[in-house]
Ligand binder design. Structure first.
Ligand SMILES: *Cc1c(COP(=O)(O)O)cnc(C)c1O
Length: 333
């Protein structure tokens, strides 16, 4: 994606930009969207950066308060806007649940059809949510990989628009990164910690920081850490080792062969971060720790805090709490 960063620089150095409240579309100049009159939006983003009361120097970016309960809405706003720009009438999406719910909501908002493909392990809550928005859901046997293959097959057959962990989504999910830096007064924290499923979120946060450096709104690159479930730890020792049969209850990060794996490796290397692997039990403890200070996250959403605690990160640390606890009714602790 090519942007005119000199042009963007002139827009973002203005006081009215710098001081405007944080929200996803504040950063429209960094998105591949030409007509702002036609955007499909439900006021995604603008989520609070909450100071932890229990872990010193930790801040929690609670993405569960987005319109459909996860950060996916930031990417879906761009993806569905692009689908509308292109005159599409139907979209397809492979998902472990949250992206499907998000795409279903934005498609409903835009008045187009959505077909969502989920693995059998997707929670009933997420499936009900997708159906509530009027989308069709197909539960596919096997792993997330199988749902993705099925979706691509239908795309080939019908030509319906393919949404998912692709370019436009990554561009949209940058706003998590923009907002964090903005909320810290245009300064980087020492560390940003992201859960990693397909790796799109981590890559998007890294790209956001790079772009803010390009327009001189950010000096230092924060260290970016990714957290994977130990039963789905595909990124290790600077390489990708696809996991054929992942074993974790953290459904939102249960992706054995991360679509953005190579980009994650690049981001880790350049930002001097790394992947931290945590067990389901450690995530459940993270969930409990979050709930004890008033934040209800789903298991994958607690991965970031669990990883940051396990790694004993020092200095100002932002953990992205990626999804709402109401998304899954299972009892983890
Ligand atoms: C999608 C999702 C993730 C993983 O994000 P990726 O971009 O696939 O790495 C983590 N947590 C929650 C709650 C999610 O919905």
């Amino acid at each position: 994606m090519h942007y005119d960063y000199a042009g963007i620089r002139r827009l973002v150095e203005r006081q009215e930009f710098l001081q405007a409240p944080v929200k996803h579309w504040k950063y429209w100049m960094f998105y591949p969207v030409s007509d702002l009159q036609k955007v499909v939006s439900m006021h995604e983003g603008g989520t609070a950066l909450i100071k932890s009361r229990k872990s010193k120097d930790f801040w929690l970016k609670f993405e569960g308060v987005n319109p459909t309960g996860s950060f996916k809405d930031r990417g879906s706003s761009i993806e569905i806007t692009k689908a509308i720009e292109k005159g599409e009438k139907e979209v397809l999406c492979a998902s472990t649940g949250n992206m499907g719910a998000s795409i279903a909501a934005y498609a409903a908002r835009a008045g187009i059809k959505a077909r969502i493909f989920v693995p059998k392990f997707a929670s009933l809550e997420k499936i009900r949510q997708i159906q509530a928005y009027g989308a069709s859901v197909k539960r596919v046997e096997g792993t997330y990989e199988h749902s993705l293959e099925e979706t691509k097959k239908i795309h080939k057959k019908t030509g319906a628009y393919l949404t998912g962990d692709y370019h436009y989504r990554a561009e949209g999910q940058k706003s998590v990164g923009f907002e964090i830096i903005d909320q810290l007064g245009w300064n980087a924290p020492e560390n940003i910690v992201c859960p990693v499923g397909n790796g799109t979120l981590l890559f998007a946060v890294f790209k956001a920081c790079k772009e803010l450096q390009k327009v001189k709104l950010l000096e230092k690159m924060p260290r970016i850490f990714g957290v994977q479930a130990s039963g789905c730890n595909s990124i290790r020792d600077g390489k990708i080792f696809p996991v054929k049969k992942p074993k974790t209850l953290a459904s939102a990060i249960d992706c054995g062969n991360p679509v953005y794996g190579l980009e994650v490796l690049k981001a880790l290397k350049e930002s001097k971060g790394k992947i931290i692997a945590v067990s389901d039990k450690e995530m459940a403890q993270g969930m409990k720790a979050l709930a004890s200070e008033g934040i209800f996250a789903e298991l994958s959403g607690a991965a970031s805090l669990a990883g940051a605690l396990k790694e004993k990160l020092q200095g100002k640390t932002v953990c992205i709490v990626s999804g709402h606890g109401l998304k899954e009714s299972r009892k983890y602790y």
